[in-house]
Design a protein around this ligand. Sequence first.
Ligand SMILES: O=C(O)CCC(=O)C(=O)O
Ligand SMILES: [Fe+2]
Length: 202
Amino acid sequence: MQTAPGCKLTFQPLAGTPGLRIWDGFLPAQEADALLAHLQRALPWVQPEVHLYGKLRQIPRLQSWHGDSSAHYRYSGLPMAPAPWTTALARLRDQIQQVVGHPFNSVLANLYRDGRDSMGWHADNEPELGQAPWIASFSLGARRDFALRQAGSTRTALLLPLHHNQLLLMPPAMQQCWQHALPRRLRVHQARINLTFRYIQP
Ligand SMILES: O=C(O)CCC(=O)C(=O)O
Ligand SMILES: [Fe+2]
């Protein structure tokens, strides 16, 4: 298996996956169900267009960015300011920060309306995330496979099914040495929301 330069990590599914940590049933069950319905209804979802192979295309999912006003980011090369925290998102951020022990000043919410929506291979290694980005990813709704491969490889190393009400903590090495994706799953007819909490260097 190829590894990116300087990436000597080996991948042990689950237990020791380059430090991946998972919490099942992160919120009380009723709270998780209510949060899914609330976010789906209440967040200002948009479907931005990005340049892909020289064409403008809508991303295959909806998204909503929230965070501290100092947490500026670039999307497809454009400087953007986040929408303010909603009460529900700020509360969840506080709960996650307490458990994982890392601060987060922004969150990217993704809404996959059904299994036709997806996210391509990438690493969250934008410069504004700094040298060692910890990312906490919280899933609600339909179970979807989260695919992992080593940077420099085209072979999927692991499919990790992410469940409703599950928190996944990705350590910095995850973005340096691995890529992830959310492949299409045409048999899935329910919606899924994923929230990736990040720390953007102000
Ligand atoms: O939906 C997911 O589980 C992954 C989302 C993701 O990779 C991202 O927002 O950068
Ligand atoms: Fe990502």
